[in-house]
Structure formats: structure tokens, C-alpha cells
Ligand binder design. Structure first.
Ligand SMILES: Nc1ncnc2c1ncn2[C@@H]1O[C@H](COP(=O)(O)OP(=O)(O)OP(=O)(O)O)[C@@H](O)[C@H]1O
Ligand SMILES: [Mg+2]
Length: 312
């Protein structure tokens, strides 16, 4: 795995506020990396540090092999950035905006009109290409800002809440596009979002940040294992068991938790080797099992557990 972003003890203060407080992580080529956390956690500040828009107060960062603080201009030619509040030229048309930014990015003049057309088509803005951006809806502006971020075909994209304010269809288009960019085109995506189902759908790994600090980082499976140990299986019954079956399971070694519903047990075990003993104990008690399946906790459950454990 090739690291595209390497951050070590990165820190940025605004007066007494430590917006980013000694953060260390890596992002690998081709992955979708999600940065999650409540309002004011330091996500946007991190993105700004990684793009060289802000200077760090301490620590180190390398992005595509470049030190963002030293050479932000060179870096921004190779990254696409969608900021929280994209600034577009409201008095210019959609096409003029893209032509202008394309020229700033250094896209060759011969290529530019064709690329702009393609982006306008892709984001379904072709019909409105000659309209002033000031008259666009929020979602249309967001799509245009995304088009702008992708115009120079950067290998690394920073997307700060890319679907905020979009209608469900447009949000789906954007998430499909992000998947396509990463899975088919091998680009790396650094995503900040509050939308946990979206992050679960998109991200290969996530990090949870709060008050400038990283609370946890990893794949869903890694996070779930480190929070609860082992993994969960769900046992579904054909009919509710005639006797309470959960207590016998709690006595088994390596069973760490059992939750009981009429037609389902959720059992946490330390390893796969325990599952046959669980099934056996249930069958011995007369339970009629329909199905035994592994259960992966949702990112939402994981997120709230991480936040709960971090409470002072
Ligand atoms: N330019 C600035 N001047 C002063 N304080 C700032 C500045 N930028 C950010 N901060 C502070 O840094 C902290 C982190 O802000 P940041 O915007 O990075 O949070 P965030 O995780 O992106 O939040 P949100 O989910 O609301 O977008 C906040 O306390 C914020 O007030
Ligand atoms: Mg933010």
C-alpha cells in the first residue's frame, strides 16, 4: 500500500483553540478515506492544512510527496478540492467558471473546452451552461463545484461534505461518482462527512475525530473488533424457543454478550471456533434454528460507541 498522505503529530491552533491537536495517520493510494466527527472536530481545518491553505502550528504532513506548507501551489495543481462553501464566480456562467478555473489549473487551451463540455454533461449542467451561477440552486452550485474540482483530473480529491444540500438523486449521483473515481480510476478520495450511511457505503477506512484529536481509525471490521472484541453472530429461530435459551449461552467460555429477542439472539463471541458450541447449546435446548449469520455493526453503531468511550 502506497501512502499518498502522511501526517505526523499535525497541530493547528487558533488562539487558545487546538483545532487540530497532534494528529497522526496515513491515507493510501486508491482508497476512499472518511474523516468523521461532530461540528468543530477539526475536519475542515485538517483538509485546509493538507492543501497548504493553512500553515500548521506543529507536526509534519506530506501529500503526494509534497510538503503542503512549503509548496501549496504545486500541490493544488495535483489535488481537487471541494470546500464546505465553494466560492464560484456568481456573475459568470457555469461554462465561464469552468474555463476560468481550468486555465488557472494550467489545463492546455486546446484541451480545455472539450473537458469543460464533458464535465457539464457529466454533472447534468449542460442545459444551464450559459446561465449565471448566481441564479443556480444550492445543489446546482455544488455540482458545478464538484465539476471544477475534477476538471484537471487530479489523482487526489478532498471532498468536504460533497452531498450536503443535494437532493437524493443528486446525492446518489455524487456517491456513485466517488466510487467510480476510486474503484475504476484508482484515484484517492479524502472525504469529510456527517452522513454515516454514506460513509459506510463509500469508505474503505474511516477516522473519527473530536476536539482536534483522532479517536479511532480503521476499516469497519477493525474498529468493531477493537471496540467489542471478537465478532457478532445472529441466530434466527423458526419459532420462539419454548424455554429461555440465552442463559446457557452466557455460561459458555468465549461468549462475551448475548442479546435476546423473541425470534433472534445476537451473540458476541471471541472467535469463530465458539460458534459450533453456541449452535449445539441451542439445539440441545430444543431451539429450532433457521439461520446463523455473522453480523457487522453499522458505522453508526461504531461511531456512537467510539464517541461514548471518549466521553470524559
Ligand atoms: N480561521 C479560524 N479562526 C478561528 N478558529 C477557527 C478557524 N477555523 C476553524 N476554527 C476553529 O477550529 C475548530 C475546528 O473547526 P473545523 O471547521 O475544522 O471543524 P469541522 O470538524 O470541519 O466542523 P463541521 O462539521 O462543523 O464542519 C472550531 O472550534 C473552529 O471554531
Ligand atoms: Mg467542516
Amino acid at each position: 500500500m502506497v501512502p499518498v498522505i502522511e501526517v505526523e503529530a499535525l497541530t493547528r491552533s487558533f488562539g487558545p483553540i487546538r483545532a487540530v491537536d497532534g494528529v497522526t495517520f496515513q491515507v493510501y493510494e486508491g482508497e476512499v478515506f472518511g474523516l468523521l466527527g461532530p461540528n468543530g472536530a477539526g475536519k475542515t481545518t485538517t483538509v485546509r492544512l493538507l492543501n497548504g491553505v493553512l500553515k500548521a502550528s506543529g507536526g509534519r504532513a506530506r501529500v503526494l510527496g509534497i510538503d503542503p506548507a512549503a509548496d501549496g501551489c504545486a500541490l493544488r495543481r495535483r489535488t481537487g478540492v471541494l470546500t464546505e462553501t465553494p466560492s464560484l464566480y456568481e456573475r459568470l456562467t457555469a461554462r465561464e467558471n469552468l474555463l476560468l478555473f481550468g486555465a488557472l489549473y494550467g489545463i492546455p487551451e486546446a484541451d480545455l473546452p472539450r473537458r469543460v463540455d464533458r464535465m457539464l454533461e457529466w454533472f447534468e449542467l449542460a442545459e444551464r451552461a450559459e446561465d449565471r451561477v448566481g441564479n443556480f440552486s444550492k445543489g446546482m452550485k455544488q455540482r458545478l463545484a464538484l465539476a471544477r474540482a475534477l476538471l484537471h483530473e487530479p489523482p487526489l480529491l478532498f471532498l468536504d461534505e460533497p452531498t450536503a444540500g443535494l437532493d437524493p438523486e443528486a446525492a446518489r449521483q455524487v456517491t456513485d461518482l466517488i466510487r467510480q473515481l476510486s474503484h475504476q480510476e484508482g484515484r484517492t478520495v479524502f472525504l469529510c462527512t456527517h452522513n454515516l450511511p454514506e460513509a459506510q457505503h463509500l469508505c474503505d477506512r474511516v477516522a473519527v475525530m473530536d476536539r482536534g484529536r483522532l479517536l479511532a481509525i480503521g476499516t469497519l471490521e477493525e474498529l468493531s473488533r477493537s471496540l467489542w472484541g471478537g465478532f457478532q453472530v445472529e441466530v434466527d429461530f423458526l419459532e420462539p424457543p419454548a424455554v429461555p435459551v440465552a442463559d446457557a449461552l452466557r455460561l459458555l467460555p468465549d461468549v462475551t454478550d448475548v442479546r435476546s429477542e423473541p425470534l433472534r439472539l445476537t451473540v458476541r463471541v471471541t472467535g469463530e471456533a465458539t460458534i459450533p458450541a453456541v449452535v449445539e447449546a441451542l439445539v440441545r435446548q430444543g431451539a429450532r434454528i433457521l439461520r446463523v449469520s455473522p453480523r457487522q455493526p453499522s458505522l453508526e453503531e461504531i461511531y456512537f460507541e467510539i464517541r461514548k468511550e471518549a466521553q470524559p
